[in-house]
Design a binder for this molecule. Structure first.
Ligand SMILES: Cc1cc2ncn([C@H]3O[C@H](COP(=O)(O)O)[C@@H](O)[C@H]3O)c2cc1C
Ligand SMILES: O=C(O)c1cccnc1
Length: 339
């Protein structure tokens, strides 16, 4: 798997040479919206979503037959700094819970008609504590990116990405700061529910990581290796693969948005094939969405991760596609058009 990206430069070039959307398919979808039996624009963002799916699926009438939810799990060296309300052991225990069908994401995938695949990434070998060393070596980072890349195929209609990794809201805050500026105070939130002392430790951990890796911060991929995590790297790889395969993406909350964000820094429009499914209640997420120029679809006060917000948004996309594909035109239905 590692030979897919033999070096950061090889990955950088895969991130820089991204396919453009199919503007023709988008225009055809837009033209169809205009003749369906409704006042123009009356389905609001559902219309935009159908057009967005059409452009990235390269199909004038988009479809959502196969929806895949990928959840990647990783462990983090910074957990020993007391940055989570839960112990690191919960990461592996939740992976077992996913396999047994007992987690929120299992129920949300069933409700959304989506297939769930969970990939655990070296849970027995946590990343290094990034206040002391790069979280991952270049080889470890590239291997995780390649695992995510290899999990995506062109035969899916929509990809949802999510993560499980105790400590990773601190990781995501550090990565967001590296990519967009700002410090621990700006980006760290309460994650699984740390108290004020825990929040102070998170902020200090982010600041220490930024200071330790100052020289790497101007390179989005070097920053992702130094401050990120394996599950975040795998999400980056999966979102990149989706772009190359013509698969639109739903990002989940703060962690998965931060994981994919290097792509936006490496190429203009690098995340245009991705929609942020929901505004997480994690403090940094709205700021991160704004930095990416994106407006999250839902706002349900969720702050779970696991791709839960992405899966929750799938029925909205299904609604958009059902209207776009199934509605009659004014001519077909014999309904009079606008005066
Ligand atoms: C039982 C349980 C299930 C979860 N599912 C997702 N997360 C979420 O919480 C973690 C990030 O928060 P922090 O940075 O505070 O550790 C990640 O594992 C994320 O996916 C969970 C957390 C817990 C405790
Ligand atoms: O928004 C997220 O991604 C999130 C929030 C809290 C805990 N884990 C993940």
């Amino acid at each position: 798997m590692t030979d897919r990206f033999a070096s950061l430069d090889a990955l950088r070039s895969a991130c820089a040479n991204l396919p453009a959307p199919d503007k023709g398919a988008g225009a055809a979808a837009r033209a169809r919206q205009a003749v369906l039996t409704k006042p123009p624009g009356s389905l609001g963002r559902l219309e935009w979503l159908a057009e967005w799916l059409a452009e990235w699926q390269r199909r004038p009438v988009p479809r959502l037959e196969r929806v895949l939810v990928l959840v990647f799990a990783g462990n983090h060296g910074i957990t020993r700094r007391g940055v989570s309300a839960f112990p690191a052991s919960v990461t592996a225990q939740m992976v077992a819970n996913f396999a047994a069908g007992g987690a929120a994401i299992n129920q949300l995938c069933a409700a959304a008609g989506a297939e769930l695949r969970v990939t655990a990434l070296d849970l027995d070998a946590p990343t290094a504590d990034f206040t002391e060393a790069p979280a991952m070596t270049e080889a470890e980072f590239l291997a995780a990116v390649a695992t995510g890349y290899g999990a995506v195929s062109a035969d899916i209609d929509l990809l949802c990405v999510g993560e499980m990794g105790i400590g990773n809201t601190t990781t995501a805050a550090a990565l967001a700061a590296a990519l967009f500026g700002g410090d621990g105070e700006h980006w760290a939130g309460r994650g699984t529910g740390v108290d004020d002392a825990g929040l102070a430790r998170k902020r200090a951990t982010v600041d220490a990581g930024l200071a330790r890796h100052a020289a790497a911060l101007s390179d989005p991929l070097a920053a992702a290796a130094a401050l990120g995590g394996r599950e975040l790297a795998a999400i980056l790889g999966a979102v990149l693969a989706a772009r190359h395969a013509g698969v639109p993406v739903l990002l989940d909350g703060f962690v998965s948005t931060a994981a994919a964000a290097p792509l936006a820094r490496l190429a203009p429009g690098g995340l245009d094939h991705a929609v942020i499914a929901h505004a997480s209640a994690e403090a940094g997420h709205r700021k991160l969405a704004a930095a990416l120029g994106k407006e999250p679809l839902l706002d349900l006060g969720m702050r779970l991760g696991e791709a839960s917000g992405a899966a929750a948004a799938v029925p909205i996309l299904r609604a958009a596609v059902a209207c776009h594909a199934g509605m009659a035109t004014f001519a077909e239905a014999g309904v009079d058009g606008k005066e």
